[in-house]
Design a protein around this ligand. Structure first.
Ligand code: B12
Length: 165
C-alpha cells in the first residue's frame, strides 16, 4: 500500500522546533511519508512542498500566538494552486493565551482547516484522525479510536472549564 504523504512545518516567524521534530518522528514511525519543512515556514513553502510531493495533507504548527494571522488565506491559496480538498490540520498553541477551545476551533475551521487540535494533543491522536479522514483505519485502529475520540471530548471540556476559571 502506498504511504500517506504529509507536509509538516511551523508557520510564520515561529522558531519553536521541538514539537515539530516530535511530530516528524511520530508520523515517520507510524509509516507516513513525511516532508518536514522545519520552522519559519511561509504559506507558499507549504503549498510548493505539497505540490512537489503530491501530499495528502498539510499539518501546520503554530506555537508563538500569531497563528491566526499567519494562516489567513492559506486555504484560498491552496485552492488557487490546484490543491482543492487537501486536508489542512493545525495544532500547537495557536492563539494568544488561554481561550475557549471550542471558539478557537470554530474560527480556524472558518479559515479553512479541516481539524484543529488543542495544545498538548499527543501525536497518536493526530495520527488516528489523519487515518480516519483518509479512510485508511484498520478495524483494530477504529476500535482503539473510541478511546481517542473520548480523549478529545474530555480535552475540550478541560479547556472549556479552565478558560472560564
Ligand atoms: C522552548 C520554548 C521557547 C524557545 C524555543 C526554542 C526552540 N528553538 O524550539 C524560545 C526561547 C526560543 C522561545 C521563544 C518564544 N516563545 Co516560547 N516557549 C517555549 C516552551 C517553554 C516550550 C515549547 C516546547 O518545546 N514544547 C514541547 C513540545 C513537545 O510541545 P509543542 O511544541 O506544543 O508541540 C506538541 C503539540 O503542541 C502538538 N502539535 C504541535 N504542532 C502541531 C500541529 C498539528 C497539526 C498537530 C495535530 C499537533 C501539533 O504536537 C507536538 C508534539 O507532541 C513553551 C511553553 C510550553 N510549555 O509549551 C513556550 C511558548 C510556546 N512560547 C511562547 C512565547 C510567547 C514565545 C515568544 C513570543 C516569547 C518572546 N516574547 O520572545 C518567543 C517567540 C519566538 C519565535 N519567533 O518563535 C508562549 C506562546 C503563548 C501563546 N501562544 O499565546 C508559550 C506557550 C509560553 C507561555 N506559556 O507563554 N520559546
Amino acid at each position: 500500500m502506498e504511504k500517506i504523504k504529509i507536509v509538516i512545518g511551523v508557520i510564520g516567524a515561529d522558531v519553536h522546533a521541538v514539537g515539530n521534530r516530535i511530530l516528524e518522528y511520530a508520523f515517520s514511525s507510524a509509516g507516513f511519508d513525511v516532508t518536514n519543512l522545519g520552522v519559519m515556514v511561509s504559506q507558499e513553502e507549504f503549498i510548493a512542498a505539497a505540490i512537489e510531493t503530491d501530499a495528502d495533507a498539510i499539518l501546520v504548527s503554530s506555537l508563538y500566538g500569531h497563528g491566526e494571522l499567519d494562516v489567513r488565506g492559506l486555504r484560498d491559496k491552496c485552492d488557487e494552486a490546484g490543491l482543492e480538498g487537501i486536508l489542512l490540520y493545525i495544532g500547537g498553541n495557536i492563539v494568544v493565551g488561554k481561550q475557549l477551545f471550542i471558539e478557537v476551533e470554530k474560527r480556524f475551521k472558518k479559515l479553512g482547516f479541516d481539524r484543529v487540535f488543542p495544545p498538548g494533543t499527543p501525536p497518536e491522536v493526530d495520527i488516528y484522525f489523519l487515518k480516519k479522514d483518509l479512510g485508511t483505519l484498520t478495524d483494530s485502529e477504529r476500535e482503539a479510536g473510541r478511546e481517542i475520540e473520548q480523549h478529545i471530548i474530555n480535552t475540550e471540556e478541560d479547556h472549556a472549564s479552565s478558560s472560564s476559571d
